[in-house]
Design a protein around this ligand. Sequence first.
Ligand SMILES: [Zn+2]
Length: 264
Amino acid sequence: MKSKEPSGWKEFLVLRAKTVHERAKLMAASGERSRLDLSPAHVLELLERYPVLYREAWVTPSNTASRFACDGFDVGGGWFRIVDALSAKLARDKALHVVQLKEKYGRLTVYFERDEGVPVDRRLDAMLDVALDKAGDRSTRTCEVCGGRGTREKRGHTVCVRCVSCLQIEEMVDACRRIAECTKGLDSAAFSANENSQDAVRLAMLHIGHASFERSPKSRARLPGIDWASLDRLQDTAGIMRISAKEIWKFVREDAPELERKLR
Ligand SMILES: [Zn+2]
């Protein structure tokens, strides 16, 4: 699973031919955001500081040759400082502009183009190569979500950099998704008659309970609005065994989708 899936609204705004700059302003005003994306405030900060380097932020995304115009800063908020420090260096060469900036196999990857006909400053060029390598290396040790110390983790077919705490959140999101999958097409009566589905949900609930219980108070505080105390109770195996099919069904239909939404 690719942990960083494009949100529906992001694609919508690309289809509406909004530039990266316009999208960031719109999202900043609406409060719409995902914990896996660079925040609109950070995007606007980078554009204000490095307008030449990120000149494609003002290009309409219908020009498909420009990945940056479509995807913008395709990294999580935890890498903001790395991107900012690297941008400050790259911006010293006024002939450069970024055409793609993304996470690739758990590493910050930046592609840029150079204006034609501008003579290359060899020393500056060598310095920028070093800066790109350093930023890439630093990103492989920095949680892409929160900026804490992270390690590269294989998840499905991809690799991402996460700290333990952010990884647990994603495990909880995965558990919510498994719940939705194993109850697809069932109604309350069919679910009550299907012990396998009930057990699959019970296992996912236990998983959520354990991931919740291991989270530190600090990491809990980053996600207000979640009832951690009631999630902690899900790690009690005996308690989970006692829950009736009706109560589990309520968790399937109400609590799990709401939890997934809050964790995103
Ligand atoms: Zn993290």
